[in-house]
Design a protein around this ligand. Structure first.
Ligand SMILES: NC(=O)c1ccc[n+]([C@@H]2O[C@H](COP(=O)([O-])OP(=O)(O)OC[C@H]3O[C@@H](n4cnc5c(N)ncnc54)[C@H](O)[C@@H]3O)[C@@H](O)[C@H]2O)c1
Length: 260
């Protein structure tokens, strides 16, 4: 796909899904900006991508900090002259009972998963408007379609991302900027593997989870990266305001029962 030489910012790309997204862009000869909070992770990915012969730059960024976001954008523009794609991927997960959730939890969740999308889209969007060109991709979640108990804050933040995506797509459509969301489901990341270790028989739990998917397996970060690459390319030029669900059919199931 024609994304060679694109300058692409991927937030939270030091590990997990973001890391997979960064690799998929790098492999297709884009210039990847690793906008990651954790220095060690960002440096390590930059080193790996450069060692593999790809182009990448780590710029330590806290997406909850407006000053750092402005510095990120200024630095990328100064060094590379443009931003073609912004992937708002950085996010945290706080799953607990509403009675245990504090205002600090709420603010942290919203600032990381939702306000960051607003701040980054605004700062990067201003640059994209100048060139009348760009793609913004927001990583939401299949929790926007169907959710679980004790995930209220996460479901609310991600649902906010979808509403934001749709409105921004309408606002920037005539300025050559497309805005889309991707909603992944279970992903094979270190978080998932750590989560499985709490169970006595992780293999049994994984087999059960796999069985809930139409594809009979969970997804992986590369697949999210491939979808991002597509959304950045001219193949997706009529695609904007969409929420692409990438969960192997998990959220299409009406209910789970032995009587189905
Ligand atoms: N893993 C899943 O199963 C799954 C499913 C659906 C959606 N998602 C979404 O995908 C995105 C990535 O999830 P993941 O599982 O890879 O998470 P992760 O925790 O493995 O990675 C998130 C990365 O974001 C970084 N980060 C956190 N706060 C940041 C901040 N303030 N500024 C900059 N970087 C920050 C972390 O350091 C980390 O490197 C999130 O938005 C998440 O909600 C994940």
């Amino acid at each position: 796909m024609d994304i060679r030489d694109q300058v692409v910012i991927v937030t939270g790309s030091g590990q997990g899904i973001g890391r997979g997204i960064a690799w998929e862009y790098a492999k297709r000869e884009a210039i990847v900006i690793i906008a990651e909070l954790q220095e060690q992770l960002g440096m390590a990915l930059e080193h790996e991508l450069l060692s593999a012969g790809y182009r990448a730059k780590f710029i330590q960024t806290d997406v909850t900090n407006v000053t750092q976001i402005e510095l990120l954008v200024a630095q990328v523009i100064e060094e590379f002259g443009k931003i073609d794609t912004l992937v708002n991927n950085a996010g945290i997960t706080i799953f607990k009972s509403i009675f245990d959730c504090t205002i600090e939890d709420w603010d942290k969740m919203m600032n990381t998963d939702l306000r960051s999308v607003f701040l980054l889209s605004k700062a990067v969007g201003k640059e994209m408007v100048k060139r009348k060109k760009g793609a913004i991709i927001n990583i939401a979640s299949n929790h926007v379609l169907a959710t679980l108990p004790n995930t209220e804050m996460y479901a609310a933040a991600k649902s906010g991302v979808i509403g934001f995506t749709k409105s921004l797509a309408l606002s920037l459509g005539d300025k050559g900027i497309r805005v889309n969301a991707i909603s992944p489901g279970f992903m094979d990341t270190h978080h998932h593997r750590t989560w499985l270790t709490q169970f006595e028989q992780p293999d049994v739990v994984q087999a059960h989870i796999n069985g809930l998917h139409a594809t009979r397996r969970i997804g992986n970060p590369e697949e999210v990266g491939n979808m991002c690459v597509y959304l950045s390319s001219s193949m997706a030029k009529q695609m904007t305001g969409a929420n692409i669900v990438l969960d192997g059919g998990l959220s299409t199931r009406l209910y789970t029962s032995q009587y189905e």
